[in-house]
Design a protein around this ligand. Structure first.
Ligand code: ZN
Length: 231
């Protein structure tokens, strides 16, 4: 084999090798951009927020987001002021009544309002960690990192440093006061919730989240993307 042929063969080998690496590199790039998430089906249930997650008395959420919330609470000094908002099977009411926008994810138990563990109504040092959490969940305004559906903080009316941080998880379209068929979460090792499997019937396509920002239907009546007080 001549030197030239050898060089060509070597170049081809290199090219094939580089091509075979491409998908791997793409995966790495993606993994850096966002946590790998999964979709949790079934076993949705509105339950009290566990004591390991600091919260206002009586606050409840869909149990499928507890592992994620616990993961957050272990890394950021959070205090949950509101989770599920709506009627309970026993006839009582959980959460803040009438203070969220129509179709808010609070009505499905898949959103929480967060303030610093050490309260402060001013945007001061107590909020530094909450701001870090907000930027982790939404590195760029209106482009939340999966599994988050909507993040309310600086730049969103009624939210932000000194007020509160709102986190919503992606979920199947669900009427108010009902449990969503699925919710998107990031996997954590200490789930505390029985792993759930996807239904036998495979969805035809990737699950679709409701269009627009969370509680977005109210957007039309309030007249602006940022006009979402109390969400
Ligand atoms: Zn909220």
């Amino acid at each position: 084999m001549s030197h030239r042929l050898l060089a060509t063969a070597w170049a081809r080998t290199l090219a094939v090798f580089a091509l075979s690496l491409a998908p791997l590199l793409a995966i790495c790039a993606y993994a850096e951009a966002a946590p790998v998430t999964r979709v949790a089906y079934g076993t949705g249930k509105i339950v009290p927020i566990p004591a390991s997650i600091p919260h206002a008395e009586g606050d409840m959420i869909d149990q499928r987001i507890i592992p994620n919330l616990r993961w957050i609470a272990q890394r950021y000094p959070i205090y949950v002021t509101d989770g599920y908002s709506g009627p309970l099977p026993n006839g009582e009411h959980a959460g803040c009544d009438g203070c969220h926008v129509k179709n808010s994810d609070h009505y499905n138990g898949l959103a929480v309002d967060i303030v610093p563990l050490e309260p402060s109504s001013k945007c001061d040092a107590h909020w530094t960690a909450i701001t870090r959490l907000a930027l982790w969940a939404e590195p760029e305004q209106n482009k939340p990192r999966p599994p988050f559906r909507w993040v309310g903080y600086d730049g969103d009316a009624g939210h932000g440093c000194g007020n509160h941080l709102h986190l919503s998880w992606n979920h199947a379209v669900a009427p108010m006061f009902t449990l969503a068929e699925w919710v998107e979460v990031f996997p954590v090792s200490f789930t505390g919730v029985k792993p759930v499997t996807a239904p036998k019937k495979k969805p035809n396509s990737a699950p679709k989240a409701p269009a627009g920002p969370p509680g977005g239907i109210a957007q039309a009546s309030t007249g602006g993307i940022s006009a979402r007080p109390g969400d």
